[in-house]
Design a protein around this ligand. Structure first.
Ligand code: GUN
Length: 293
């Protein structure tokens, strides 16, 4: 039987509604939540992500402060912007779209964001807090995935979750969150990566398989345990002359074969992507609530 499609858009819409209500309540008390969105350069994928984030802000009643710097901007130029936003009481969240141009030290830039305005949850302080289970902003994609599993009634407690990909943005934090005690956690976690020998031998053991490898076709139907829940984090542009833009989006999972074996699966687009943005809005309003106290 073909897999049930997990509708990430519908879950995200619910989170946006809740966030908009919280934003309106704050505004009524005199604080309009504000997210600064910094983009350096003109990477087409980054432009489209940043545009989507700013649109979501507008829809949810969150002000956005767009900061655009050329690819030639220096690290000091960028740090100056961040320091100004850090000191500005009208700004509650600061997001630096990654990746940054190669001449800029990403770690130094991210750590210039005060942890209380780090709505991406990428600073060393928030990463450390997450690792030891202290309250903090959690990275949007991994947190969104965990909350999606909870919303969809996917049992993580005692399940074997296999994560493919060890990026700092998705794979590593996700492996940590899934192993924590509590709702959406308490799973036995295997983290696979490019050094993993015989990937299929691990993915076939997964009750929950999350693929964030950044490579289309990393997982095919024959690598999936029948009935497993498959979460596809990939967003890859593949050339398609029949598509209006000349490309189409595919995930890291081969959807046609995987959807014949999995029990549930997220599509691309319309799966994990909308959740990441919705979670960013949740974190931004939470930052404003905390800073307005
Ligand atoms: N680049 C890819 N994903 C993300 C994300 O979640 N946040 C930021 N800031 N940059 C990204």
């Amino acid at each position: 039987m073909p897999a049930t499609i997990i509708d990430g858009k519908a879950v995200a819409a619910k989170w946006h509604t809740e966030t908009a209500q919280r934003a309106a309540a704050l505004a009524a008390k005199g604080t309009t939540p504000c997210l600064a969105v910094i983009l350096v350069g003109d990477n087409p994928a980054s432009i489209s992500y940043v545009t989507a984030k700013e649109r979501a802000c507008a829809a949810d009643g969150i002000a956005s402060r767009p900061i655009r710097l050329p690819a030639t901007a220096s690290q000091d130029d960028l740090l100056r912007e961040i320091h100004a936003l850090a000191a500005d009481p009208a700004v509650h969240g600061i997001l630096v779209q990654l990746p940054l141009p190669r001449h800029i030290d990403e770690t130094a830039v991210i750590n210039a964001i005060p942890p209380e305005k780090d709505v991406d949850g990428f600073t060393d302080v928030n990463t450390g807090r997450m690792l030891i289970g202290e309250p903090c902003f959690l990275p949007c994609t991994p947190h969104g995935i965990v909350q999606l599993l909870v919303e969809c009634g996917v049992e993580t407690n005692g399940a074997h979750a296999v994560v493919v990909g060890r990026s700092n943005i998705v794979g590593r934090p996700l492996a940590n969150l899934l192993s924590r005690k509590g709702p959406g956690g308490n799973a036995t976690v295997t983290l696979c990566h490019t050094g993993t020998r015989d990937l299929a031998s691990f993915t076939r053991q997964a009750d929950i398989l999350i693929v964030a490898s950044g490579r289309p076709g990393t997982v095919t139907g024959d690598m999936i345990k029948p009935g497993a829940t498959v979460i596809d984090v990939g967003v890859n542009r593949v050339p398609d002359p029949t598509a209006k833009r000349g490309y189409r989006l595919v995930g890291d999972v081969d959807f046609p074969s995987a959807s014949q074996v999995a029990g549930r699966i997220t599509p691309v687009p319309g799966g994990v992507g909308p959740l990441t943005i919705a979670m960013l809005m949740v974190n931004s309003v939470a930052a404003a609530e905390e800073l307005a106290k």
